[in-house]
Design a protein around this ligand. Structure first.
Ligand code: ADP
Ligand code: MG
Length: 367
């Protein structure tokens, strides 16, 4: 997954400010916020960074240069609050009092339409578009199959010595309950109904990126015109670095941890998103072989062609959808698909360790 790099010029001063950071951490931890303060001496604006550990089951980082701490805190609080709303709406594992979320929709599969917030309708409509455009390689109605892999993975991680693979018949049976056309959206009534009692939604491939994009727009409307928002490596750069006008630097993680440097490339990114899907994110091991979390609907198994696929394009929802979908396509198919879309680039690390690039990806690599 992508790592956000520290502004090198700030390195020494960051160390000096650690004491303040510790104070700030304890002051704001109650609100669910974990601020680490880093600044460039007296120069303005100052670089600030906030990390949250409670959203989307992953780490959220916000970075911006602002004139003072209060300005940064105001923006990051708004971003946190907005992301939290999306997190609750798109949660398929937990219920929240007084809120119909995707878990509610799943719980009512085959029973009744569920009245939901507009943001759920919008996400599902968006996901349906990408299902069509990608020839079904990304399917948010794939919960029945994904849950089986999820359960085997969780058990396999907990007790590696007894780890096993899901029986093919079980996967095949589940795959009969993944028809996205049975996700019935009633825009006017603002309801979602799963017209198959055995089907369920899993928006893991798309929800983080989609939420980050929507929240970025809200933040921009509120004056956050320069910053980075990263949710589990789904990175959205807003504007350029406000202290210099230069691009933001976003690293592409080496999918082989422990081998060589931790980043394969540093990209220069202005007002765009970088999202990577990789086999190193979530996997378990059976008989010495790793099985990761991106499932190819055509084989019902994890795709074996790549170690990672990274996408650069403006919209982070699109980047998230594409990173998962292209992961499930052959290189030829994926390349053609990416080249057919304007201002969209991809970078593949093949299973044999070789790299492949779409035609203009290299333009983003920092010299
Ligand atoms: P991550 O969210 O870990 O950064 P991805 O964006 O590639 O990585 O999403 C992977 C998640 O998407 C899986 O954990 C699973 O919930 C879901 N998923 C896996 N395969 C598919 C698929 N073919 N279609 C839709 N969702 C999928
Ligand atoms: Mg994705």
């Amino acid at each position: 997954m992508i790592k956000i790099l520290k502004d090198h010029k700030c390195g020494r001063k960051v160390m000096k400010r650690r004491k303040h950071a510790a104070l700030l951490i304890s002051a704001v931890f109650m609100a669910g916020l974990f601020f680490s303060l880093s600044g460039c001496g007296d120069a303005r604006p100052v670089r600030y960074e906030a990390t949250f550990l409670r959203l989307f089951d992953t780490r959220t980082t916000i970075i911006a240069y602002t004139n003072d701490k209060d300005e940064f805190a105001r923006h990051s609080q708004l971003i946190y609050d907005s992301l939290e709303e999306y997190h609750k709406l798109y949660d398929i594992y937990n219920s929240y009092e007084g809120l119909n979320n995707l878990k509610t929709v799943n719980d009512y599969a085959g029973k009744a339409p569920v009245k939901v917030d507009r943001r759920i309708i919008d996400l599902l409509s968006y996901a349906r578009q990408w299902h069509e455009k990608t020839g079904g390689k990304i399917n948010v109605a794939y919960g029945a199959v994904l849950r089986i892999w999820h359960d085997y993975r969780e058990r396999g991680m907990e007790e590696p010595e007894t780890a096993g693979l899901p029986p093919v018949e079980e996967l095949e049976r589940a795959s009969e309950h993944t028809d996205i056309n049975k996700v019935i959206i009633d825009e006017e009534a603002s309801t979602v109904y799963l017209a198959d009692p055995e089907m369920s939604l899993d928006v893991g491939a798309i929800a983080k990126g989609y939420a980050v994009e929507q929240v970025s727009r809200i933040a921009v409307e509120n004056g956050f015109i320069s910053g980075l928002i990263s949710v589990g490596g789904n990175v959205r750069a807003i504007g350029s670095r406000s202290n210099t006008g230069k691009p933001w630097n976003i690293g592409i993680q080496n999918p082989d941890p422990g081998e060589g440097s931790s980043e394969l490339y540093i990209l220069d990114i202005t007002d765009a998103s970088v999202v990577t899907s990789g086999i190193y994110e979530r996997y378990y091991t059976v008989d010495g072989k790793n099985y990761h979390h991106i499932i190819d609907p055509d084989t019902l198994y994890p795709s074996e062609d790549y170690k990672s696929v990274s996408i650069v394009c403006k919209d982070s929802g699109m980047a998230d959808a594409l990173s998962t979908a292209v992961f499930n396509m052959s290189l030829e198919e994926g390349m053609e698909f990416i080249e057919s879309m304007p201002e969209t680039e991809a970078f593949w690390v093949l299973s044999n360790g070789e790299y492949r690039y779409s035609s203009r990806f290299r333009d983003f690599i920092k010299r």
